[in-house]
Design a protein. Structure first.
Length: 131
C-alpha cells in the first residue's frame, strides 16, 4: 500500500490496495462461482474506487492450481484490460507464494498454515484420546 506521506507517492495518485483471496479448498465446480466473485470484486473496485487496486492475488492454497487459473482465464475477457492485468493466480506451493506475493502476505499465509496444522494435530489427539 502506498502511504500518502511517502516521497514516492504523488498527491494525484490514490492509495492502492493489494488483495489476497484464498481459494483454498475450492472444488472444480465451485471454481466458476469463485471466478464470478473475483470478476464482481474487480469490477466494483474499478467502478467505485478507480486506480485503487494494485494487485488481486487469487491463491490455490490446498487445491490444484488449475482450479483457480482456468476460471480466471475464462472470466478475463469480462474485465477491462487494465484490471485484468492486476489479477494474479498463484499456485498451491509455498515456494510459489514467496515468488508471487508481497513478503508480508507470504509470511501471513505461512502462519495460517502452521495454525491450521496445529489445530488438525490437536483435533486428532483429542479424538484419539476418547477411544
Amino acid at each position: 500500500s502506498l502511504d500518502s506521506s511517502s516521497p514516492s507517492s504523488s498527491s494525484s495518485r490514490p492509495d492502492q490496495m493489494i488483495i489476497v483471496l484464498d481459494a483454498g479448498g475450492a472444488r472444480p465446480l465451485a471454481a466458476a462461482r469463485a471466478a464470478a466473485t473475483v470478476v464482481d470484486l474487480a469490477r466494483t473496485l474499478a467502478a467505485h474506487f478507480p486506480g485503487r487496486l494494485a494487485t488481486l492475488y487469487v491463491l490455490a492454497r490446498g487445491a490444484p492450481s488449475g482450479v483457480v487459473s482456468w476460471p480466471l482465464a475464462a472470466a478475463g475477457p469480462l474485465l477491462h484490460p487494465e484490471t485484468r492485468k492486476k489479477i494474479v493466480a498463484v499456485g498451491a506451493g509455498e515456494e510459489e507464494w514467496g515468488r508471487a506475493l508481497p513478503r508480508v502476505a507470504a509470511e501471513a499465509l505461512r502462519e495460517v498454515e502452521r495454525e491450521e496444522e496445529e489445530a488438525r494435530r490437536a483435533a486428532k489427539r483429542s479424538s484419539s484420546s476418547f477411544f
